[in-house]
Design a protein. Sequence first.
Length: 237
Amino acid sequence: MFDQRWTDAIFLHWRIAENLAAGFLPPGVQPDVFDGSSWVGLIGFRMKNAGIGRGPGIPYLGRFHEVNVRLYSREPNGTRGVVFLSLDANRLPVVLAARAAEVPYVWSRIDYSQQPMPDSAKDETIGYSVRRFRQGARSSFAVIPQSGATVDDPLSVFLTARFGMHGTFRGRSIYMPNTHQPWLLRSAKLHQLEDDLVASAGISASGPPESVLYSPGVRTQFGRPRLVSSPGRQLAT
Protein backbone atom coordinates (compact mmCIF):
# COMPACT_ATOMS: atom_id res chain seq x y z
CA MET A 1 0.00 0.00 0.00
CA PHE A 2 1.22 3.48 -0.86
CA ASP A 3 0.30 6.34 1.47
CA GLN A 4 0.48 10.01 0.56
CA ARG A 5 -0.78 13.33 1.80
CA TRP A 6 -2.01 15.89 -0.73
CA THR A 7 -2.05 19.47 0.61
CA ASP A 8 -2.99 22.95 -0.64
CA ALA A 9 -4.98 21.57 -3.53
CA ILE A 10 -6.41 23.86 -6.21
CA PHE A 11 -9.10 22.53 -8.55
CA LEU A 12 -9.91 24.40 -11.79
CA HIS A 13 -12.53 22.84 -14.09
CA TRP A 14 -14.05 23.52 -17.49
CA ARG A 15 -16.93 21.88 -19.35
CA ILE A 16 -16.03 19.95 -22.48
CA ALA A 17 -18.00 17.82 -24.92
CA GLU A 18 -18.50 14.19 -23.97
CA ASN A 19 -17.34 12.94 -27.39
CA LEU A 20 -14.10 14.93 -27.00
CA ALA A 21 -13.34 13.31 -23.65
CA ALA A 22 -14.16 9.85 -25.01
CA GLY A 23 -11.24 9.98 -27.43
CA PHE A 24 -8.73 10.12 -24.56
CA LEU A 25 -10.07 7.29 -22.39
CA PRO A 26 -8.74 3.74 -22.16
CA PRO A 27 -10.80 0.94 -23.74
CA GLY A 28 -13.59 -0.27 -21.51
CA VAL A 29 -14.33 3.03 -19.77
CA GLN A 30 -16.51 5.95 -20.84
CA PRO A 31 -16.74 9.63 -19.92
CA ASP A 32 -18.42 10.39 -16.62
CA VAL A 33 -20.91 13.19 -17.15
CA PHE A 34 -22.41 15.85 -14.89
CA ASP A 35 -25.09 18.31 -16.01
CA GLY A 36 -24.82 17.02 -19.57
CA SER A 37 -21.08 17.66 -19.88
CA SER A 38 -17.74 16.03 -19.44
CA TRP A 39 -15.16 18.04 -17.50
CA VAL A 40 -11.43 18.67 -17.73
CA GLY A 41 -9.50 19.62 -14.61
CA LEU A 42 -6.26 21.47 -13.95
CA ILE A 43 -5.19 20.43 -10.45
CA GLY A 44 -2.22 21.57 -8.38
CA PHE A 45 -1.15 20.29 -4.97
CA ARG A 46 1.83 19.55 -2.75
CA MET A 47 2.72 15.93 -2.13
CA LYS A 48 3.91 15.13 1.38
CA ASN A 49 5.00 11.97 3.21
CA ALA A 50 4.65 9.68 0.21
CA GLY A 51 5.83 6.19 1.03
CA ILE A 52 4.92 2.59 1.73
CA GLY A 53 2.47 2.18 4.60
CA ARG A 54 1.88 4.81 7.26
CA GLY A 55 5.52 5.53 7.98
CA PRO A 56 7.22 8.94 7.78
CA GLY A 57 7.50 8.87 3.99
CA ILE A 58 10.51 8.50 1.73
CA PRO A 59 13.10 11.26 2.31
CA TYR A 60 13.30 13.82 -0.51
CA LEU A 61 11.36 11.73 -3.02
CA GLY A 62 8.28 11.68 -0.77
CA ARG A 63 7.82 15.45 -0.96
CA PHE A 64 7.24 17.31 -4.22
CA HIS A 65 4.80 19.50 -6.13
CA GLU A 66 2.44 18.14 -8.77
CA VAL A 67 0.14 19.72 -11.35
CA ASN A 68 -2.04 17.43 -13.43
CA VAL A 69 -4.59 17.60 -16.24
CA ARG A 70 -7.35 15.04 -15.91
CA LEU A 71 -10.65 13.76 -17.24
CA TYR A 72 -13.42 11.80 -15.51
CA SER A 73 -14.27 8.20 -16.28
CA ARG A 74 -16.76 5.48 -15.48
CA GLU A 75 -16.80 1.74 -16.01
CA PRO A 76 -19.95 -0.11 -17.10
CA ASN A 77 -20.31 -1.39 -13.51
CA GLY A 78 -20.44 2.20 -12.23
CA THR A 79 -16.89 2.46 -10.87
CA ARG A 80 -15.77 6.07 -11.21
CA GLY A 81 -12.24 7.31 -11.67
CA VAL A 82 -9.97 9.85 -13.27
CA VAL A 83 -7.84 9.59 -16.40
CA PHE A 84 -4.64 11.61 -16.32
CA LEU A 85 -3.62 13.29 -19.55
CA SER A 86 -0.45 14.67 -17.94
CA LEU A 87 1.13 14.94 -14.51
CA ASP A 88 3.94 17.44 -14.00
CA ALA A 89 6.26 16.87 -11.03
CA ASN A 90 9.55 18.35 -9.88
CA ARG A 91 11.29 15.12 -8.82
CA LEU A 92 13.03 13.40 -11.73
CA PRO A 93 13.33 9.93 -10.10
CA VAL A 94 9.58 10.00 -9.37
CA VAL A 95 8.86 10.95 -12.98
CA LEU A 96 11.09 8.19 -14.38
CA ALA A 97 9.58 5.53 -12.11
CA ALA A 98 6.03 6.58 -12.97
CA ARG A 99 6.73 6.66 -16.70
CA ALA A 100 8.10 3.13 -16.47
CA ALA A 101 4.64 2.18 -15.21
CA GLU A 102 3.11 4.04 -18.20
CA VAL A 103 1.77 6.95 -16.10
CA PRO A 104 2.23 10.15 -18.17
CA TYR A 105 4.46 12.14 -15.80
CA VAL A 106 6.53 15.08 -17.06
CA TRP A 107 9.61 16.50 -15.33
CA SER A 108 9.10 20.20 -14.71
CA ARG A 109 10.06 23.03 -12.45
CA ILE A 110 7.09 23.75 -10.18
CA ASP A 111 6.90 26.57 -7.65
CA TYR A 112 4.30 26.96 -4.92
CA SER A 113 3.31 30.40 -3.65
CA GLN A 114 1.29 31.64 -0.69
CA GLN A 115 1.05 35.40 -0.36
CA PRO A 116 -1.16 37.79 1.63
CA MET A 117 -3.39 40.14 -0.32
CA PRO A 118 -2.07 43.69 0.06
CA ASP A 119 -5.51 45.18 0.72
CA SER A 120 -6.82 42.52 3.09
CA ALA A 121 -5.92 41.44 6.60
CA LYS A 122 -7.22 37.88 6.12
CA ASP A 123 -7.20 36.97 2.41
CA GLU A 124 -4.25 35.35 0.68
CA THR A 125 -3.43 33.93 -2.72
CA ILE A 126 -2.30 30.35 -3.18
CA GLY A 127 -0.92 29.20 -6.49
CA TYR A 128 1.42 27.12 -8.61
CA SER A 129 3.67 27.85 -11.56
CA VAL A 130 4.94 25.17 -13.93
CA ARG A 131 7.72 25.34 -16.47
CA ARG A 132 8.51 22.22 -18.42
CA PHE A 133 12.15 21.79 -19.31
CA ARG A 134 13.43 22.21 -22.87
CA GLN A 135 11.06 25.15 -23.51
CA GLY A 136 7.96 23.06 -23.04
CA ALA A 137 4.50 24.13 -21.95
CA ARG A 138 3.98 26.45 -18.98
CA SER A 139 1.24 27.20 -16.52
CA SER A 140 0.67 29.69 -13.74
CA PHE A 141 -2.48 29.90 -11.66
CA ALA A 142 -3.54 31.22 -8.27
CA VAL A 143 -6.75 31.45 -6.28
CA ILE A 144 -8.07 33.27 -3.23
CA PRO A 145 -9.74 30.72 -0.93
CA GLN A 146 -12.96 32.03 0.54
CA SER A 147 -13.61 31.94 4.27
CA GLY A 148 -16.81 30.57 5.71
CA ALA A 149 -18.59 27.28 5.36
CA THR A 150 -17.18 24.44 3.34
CA VAL A 151 -18.91 23.46 0.10
CA ASP A 152 -20.42 20.09 -0.77
CA ASP A 153 -22.65 20.86 -3.73
CA PRO A 154 -23.19 18.02 -6.23
CA LEU A 155 -20.74 19.36 -8.84
CA SER A 156 -17.93 19.88 -6.34
CA VAL A 157 -18.40 16.38 -4.99
CA PHE A 158 -18.54 14.91 -8.51
CA LEU A 159 -15.22 16.55 -9.42
CA THR A 160 -13.31 15.63 -6.27
CA ALA A 161 -14.81 12.42 -4.79
CA ARG A 162 -12.75 10.19 -7.06
CA PHE A 163 -11.42 7.05 -5.49
CA GLY A 164 -9.27 5.63 -8.23
CA MET A 165 -7.64 6.16 -11.61
CA HIS A 166 -8.09 4.48 -14.97
CA GLY A 167 -5.12 4.00 -17.25
CA THR A 168 -3.34 1.47 -19.41
CA PHE A 169 -0.48 -0.90 -18.72
CA ARG A 170 1.04 -3.17 -21.33
CA GLY A 171 -1.86 -2.53 -23.64
CA ARG A 172 -4.59 -3.35 -21.12
CA SER A 173 -6.95 -1.04 -19.28
CA ILE A 174 -6.46 -0.92 -15.52
CA TYR A 175 -8.03 0.66 -12.46
CA MET A 176 -6.01 1.61 -9.37
CA PRO A 177 -8.14 2.38 -6.29
CA ASN A 178 -7.38 4.86 -3.56
CA THR A 179 -9.15 5.70 -0.34
CA HIS A 180 -9.36 8.97 1.57
CA GLN A 181 -11.73 11.04 3.64
CA PRO A 182 -13.96 13.54 1.79
CA TRP A 183 -12.08 16.64 0.71
CA LEU A 184 -12.56 19.68 2.95
CA LEU A 185 -13.53 22.02 0.11
CA ARG A 186 -13.85 25.78 0.03
CA SER A 187 -14.99 27.93 -2.84
CA ALA A 188 -12.26 30.14 -4.24
CA LYS A 189 -11.89 33.15 -6.52
CA LEU A 190 -9.63 32.88 -9.52
CA HIS A 191 -6.80 35.37 -9.03
CA GLN A 192 -4.58 34.58 -12.00
CA LEU A 193 -4.42 32.03 -14.82
CA GLU A 194 -2.08 31.55 -17.76
CA ASP A 195 -2.07 27.95 -18.88
CA ASP A 196 -0.61 25.87 -21.71
CA LEU A 197 -0.94 22.45 -20.06
CA VAL A 198 -4.58 21.75 -20.93
CA ALA A 199 -4.04 22.68 -24.58
CA SER A 200 -0.81 20.66 -24.68
CA ALA A 201 -2.83 17.65 -23.56
CA GLY A 202 -5.06 18.08 -26.63
CA ILE A 203 -8.07 19.72 -24.96
CA SER A 204 -9.51 23.10 -25.91
CA ALA A 205 -10.97 24.85 -22.83
CA SER A 206 -11.45 28.55 -23.41
CA GLY A 207 -12.56 31.20 -20.96
CA PRO A 208 -12.44 31.13 -17.16
CA PRO A 209 -13.04 27.85 -15.34
CA GLU A 210 -16.62 27.20 -14.26
CA SER A 211 -15.58 25.58 -10.99
CA VAL A 212 -12.80 26.95 -8.74
CA LEU A 213 -12.11 25.13 -5.46
CA TYR A 214 -9.44 24.95 -2.77
CA SER A 215 -8.71 22.34 -0.11
CA PRO A 216 -6.09 22.18 2.64
CA GLY A 217 -5.75 18.51 1.75
CA VAL A 218 -6.37 14.85 2.54
CA ARG A 219 -4.34 11.74 3.27
CA THR A 220 -4.82 8.94 0.78
CA GLN A 221 -3.83 5.33 0.32
CA PHE A 222 -3.47 3.52 -3.00
CA GLY A 223 -4.40 -0.13 -3.41
CA ARG A 224 -3.36 -2.74 -5.95
CA PRO A 225 -4.43 -2.20 -9.57
CA ARG A 226 -6.83 -4.51 -11.35
CA LEU A 227 -7.81 -5.12 -14.95
CA VAL A 228 -10.90 -3.20 -16.04
CA SER A 229 -12.21 -6.21 -17.95
CA SER A 230 -11.83 -8.43 -14.88
CA PRO A 231 -13.17 -6.66 -11.76
CA GLY A 232 -11.97 -9.37 -9.39
CA ARG A 233 -8.55 -9.95 -10.92
CA GLN A 234 -5.53 -7.99 -9.74
CA LEU A 235 -2.43 -7.33 -11.79
CA ALA A 236 0.64 -9.37 -10.91
CA THR A 237 3.31 -7.34 -9.14
